[in-house]
Design a protein around this ligand. Structure first.
Ligand SMILES: [Zn+2]
Length: 235
C-alpha cells in the first residue's frame, strides 16, 4: 500500500500528490494557484485528468479552491469530512469570521459579501463523507477526526509509513509550528484536543496545510508545540 508523497507548496498553502497504486491529491490550493498546480503535476508526468481521488482536509478556500475544476476534468472521487461537506458542496456558507482572534472580531463587522467573496470557490459534490475512523483503502489511510479549525476537519494517517496529512491543525511556516488561523476557526478547545490526538499518533512526518513538512518525530514536535500553546492560553 506504499505511495510516494510529492509536496506542492505555495505561500498560500500546500497540496500533496500521492502516487502509488492510485493517484491522489490531498487538498487543491487556492483558485488562483491552478496553473502552478498543473505545472507541478506536469513535472511528475501527471495530468489533472489522472487524479483518481481528492482527499480534502477541510472546507476552506485555500484547500478546496480548485476542487470543482479537478473533479470535472478527472471525474475524481472527492473525500472530505461530513460536517464540512455542506460548505464544499455550496449548500451552506462558511461560518463567519471567528471571534477567537482580534482580526476575526474586526472582520466580523465587514459586510457579509466582502467576506464571502474572499472565501468563495466553485462547489463540488463530496462522494465520500467521513466522520473519523474510516480507512481510505486505496491508500491505506486512516481517517482521524480533527475538529476545531472547521467542524468537519480530518487528518489522513498512514500508520505503516508513520506519516499523516494534518491540514491546518499545526502550521509550520519557516519550520516554526503555529496554530491554525484563529480568525477562521471554530473552537480553541477542540483545536487543542485535536492537536493532542495527533501528538499521540506515531508520526515521523506530518504534512501541514501551510509551511514546510514537520519531521523527524513529528508527534513530538506537535506535542511540544501544543503543550506550550495551551500554557500560553492558560488551558
Ligand atoms: Zn483552514
Amino acid at each position: 500500500m506504499g505511495f510516494e508523497v510529492i509536496p506542492i507548496m505555495t505561500m498560500q498553502g500546500n497540496a500533496f500528490l500521492l502516487r502509488g497504486d492510485h493517484v491522489g491529491l490531498v487538498d487543491t490550493l487556492t483558485p488562483w494557484r491552478y496553473r502552478k498546480l498543473v505545472a507541478r503535476l506536469g513535472d511528475f508526468r501527471v495530468s489533472v485528468g489522472d487524479i483518481e481521488f481528492v482527499l480534502i482536509t477541510h472546507h476552506h478556500f485555500d484547500h478546496c479552491g480548485n476542487l470543482a475544476k479537478i473533479k470535472s476534468l478527472s471525474g475524481a472521487t472527492v473525500i472530505a469530512g461530513e460536517a464540512d461537506a455542506p460548505v464544499i458542496e455550496g449548500a451552506a456558507d462558511a461560518p463567519p469570521p471567528s471571534k477567537l482572534s482580534r482580526l476575526g472580531k474586526a472582520m466580523a463587522v465587514l459586510p457579509e459579501p466582502v467576506i464571502n467573496r474572499y472565501q468563495r470557490y466553485e462547489p463540488a459534490t463530496v462522494d465520500r463523507k467521513l466522520t473519523g475512523g474510516e480507512t481510505v483503502e486505496e491508500f491505506g489511510l486512516e481517517v482521524i477526526a480533527v475538529p476545531g479549525h472547521t467542524a468537519g476537519g480530518v487528518a489522513y494517517y498512514d500508520r505503516e509509513g508513520r506519516r499523516a496529512f494534518i491540514g491546518d491543525m499545526v502550521s509550520n511556516y519557516y519550520a516554526k509550528p503555529g496554530m491554525p488561523a484563529l480568525m477562521a476557526s471554530e473552537s480553541l478547545e477542540e483545536i487543542f484536543a485535536s492537536q493532542e490526538v495527533l501528538s499521540m499518533l506515531d508520526l515521523d512526518i506530518a504534512y501541514p496545510g501551510h509551511g514546510v513538512v514537520l519531521q523527524p518525530d513529528a508527534s513530538k514536535i506537535i506535542d511540544d508545540f501544543a503543550r506550550a500553546k495551551k500554557a500560553e492560553y492558560g488551558r
